[in-house]
Design a protein around this ligand. Structure first.
Ligand SMILES: Nc1ncnc2c1ncn2[C@@H]1O[C@H](COP(=O)(O)OP(=O)(O)OP(=O)(O)O)[C@@H](O)[C@H]1O
Ligand SMILES: [Mg+2]
Length: 131
């Protein structure tokens, strides 16, 4: 059962993404099965672990808005033991689209809960506005 670590700060540009990528890559190098979750529409963690945004067809947005299972959007990075749930600019709208969801605070928890058994660590790179 993975330990989930969120990297969050309301302020922008303070090193959240740098911390999340390096923490996740370090766990992976230590042979912990690691999932990096890019929860920022800027998608800097997604590009930061080597993906071209033009090749991303499904993202965390689909899990949140379209109930796509996390398993279907997980990508393997070039670093052994490091997987990614990519982000997409569409995620900008997710917070507003989910405004009437009864349990919107727990949506991410439920998405990740379905894959938590497959990893030792899950590291979430949050966007500056997420709290
Ligand atoms: N420990 C550090 N020392 C010096 N520079 C750093 C450090 N961590 C990050 N930076 C630099 O600061 C800038 C912002 O870092 P980063 O993108 O990780 O911030 P962020 O908090 O994720 O930003 P955002 O809020 O836009 O998502 C980058 O140019 C990065 O290279
Ligand atoms: Mg960032």
């Amino acid at each position: 059962m993975a330990k989930i670590i969120g990297v969050a700060n309301q302020k922008g540009g303070v090193g959240k993404t740098t911390t999340a990528i390096n923490l996740a890559a370090s766990f992976a190098v230590l042979e912990y099965r690691t999932l990096l979750v890019d929860a920022d529409p800027q998608a800097n963690s997604t590009t930061g672990v080597g993906f071209d945004l033009q090749n991303i067809t499904q993202s965390l947005y689909d899990c949140m808005a379209n109930q796509t299972p996390a398993q279907n959007v997980i990508l393997k990075s070039d670093i052994p033991n490091l997987d990614l749930i990519p982000s997409h600019i569409d995620l900008v709208g997710a917070e507003i689209e989910m405004i009437n969801y009864p349990n919107r605070e727990t949506v991410l928890k439920e998405i990740l809960g379905a894959v938590q058994d497959q990893y030792d660590f899950i590291v979430i790179d949050c966007s500056p506005s997420w709290d």
